[in-house]
Design a protein around this ligand. Structure first.
Ligand code: NAG
Ligand code: NAG
Ligand code: NAG
Ligand code: NAG
Ligand code: NAG
Length: 233
């Protein structure tokens, strides 16, 4: 009896191992458990989208509060700090260097999600995206709903640049009410999120190098089956 159980369980383990290898080959989205502030979880990445070459190390430390999701982005090995000084809130800052998060409540591949970006000049972009094909298919609807009054809406941002350390850090908070999460009720909620960074220099503009926590299979961030799974614990 004992040996049979052992035998069955080793077959099951081998099958589970094969399955996890197969999933890894298809780069199944990562998962992250996120605690209440002031504790933190960190999502980190250092590979390009989509070809998985070396990319400057990037970290996003996150936690949830009563009314906000708090994120601290760290861009290491930053040498360009490239932004367009004439751009302001909700302008096309993604053409230059940004760090980004895409966020949707729930566990399913989203059609609608918040797109949030910050650049080295502390300028932010925030809009809901409606992407019903989930992959931004050519010719399909793709709508952007801007949030322009960011301070009134409860967004915050703070940006720190350290040229000597090749470091760019931005700490931001995003209101939970945007996702119908009432004050103090975020514990136990599930989310789909991804984190991104763009790298470009004046000499290479507009050709960017892209990095992601969960790399899509194409050079596009708007492919929602690749969003990672996040749980607020
Ligand atoms: C990239 O990240 C992986 C996983 O976190 C780590 O093992 C590896 O050392 C990192 N590589 C570089 C060049 O930072
Ligand atoms: C990042 O910078 C460190 C220290 O300068 C260096 O050792 C490392 O190779 C760099 N990594 C990448 C991916 O540029
Ligand atoms: C910065 O943005 C402005 C306004 O969109 C544009 O006219 C200008 O050419 C941009 N500058 C650079 C260096 O890309
Ligand atoms: C909000 O910002 C977007 C992008 O800059 C702009 O196109 C739009 O006109 C703004 N909407 C309002 C109501 O100001
Ligand atoms: C960054 O922008 C925010 C508003 O979004 C502002 O409160 C903050 O003072 C700015 N400056 C720095 C250095 O972070």
């Amino acid at each position: 009896m004992m040996s049979l159980r052992l035998c069955v369980s080793s077959v099951a383990m081998a099958a589970a191992l094969l399955a996890s290898r197969a999933l890894a080959a298809y780069s199944s989205p990562p998962s992250l458990q996120v605690p209440a502030c002031p504790h933190l979880s960190v999502a980190s990445f250092n590979k390009t989208v989509p070809d998985q070459k070396d990319f400057p190390p990037t970290e996003v430390a996150l936690c949830y509060g009563a009314d906000t999701i708090n994120l601290a982005f760290s861009a290491h090995n930053e040498t360009n700090f490239y932004f367009n000084a004439s751009q302001g809130t909700n302008d096309a800052i993604w053409e230059y260097e940004v760090m980004e998060t895409f966020i949707a409540p729930g566990d399913k591949d989203p059609q609608t999600y918040l797109e949030f970006e910050v650049n080295p000049n502390n300028v932010t972009f925030q809009a809901f995206i409606y992407n019903p094909t989930k992959v931004r298919a050519d010719g399909a609807p793709f709508e952007t709903f801007y949030i322009n009054n960011t301070l009134e809406a409860g967004f915050t941002a703070a940006t720190m640049l350290d040229q000597d350390q090749q470091l760019w850090g931005s700490s931001v908070s995003i209101p939970l009410g945007l996702f119908n999460v009432d004050s103090g009720t975020a514990k136990g909620t599930k989310w789909r999120m991804n984190f991104f960074r763009t790298v470009v220099a004046p000499a290479t503009f507009p050709d960017q190098t892209l990095g992601a926590w969960s790399s899509p299979n194409k050079a596009s961030f708007h492919i929602t089956p690749f969003f990672g799974h996040v749980e607020f614990i």
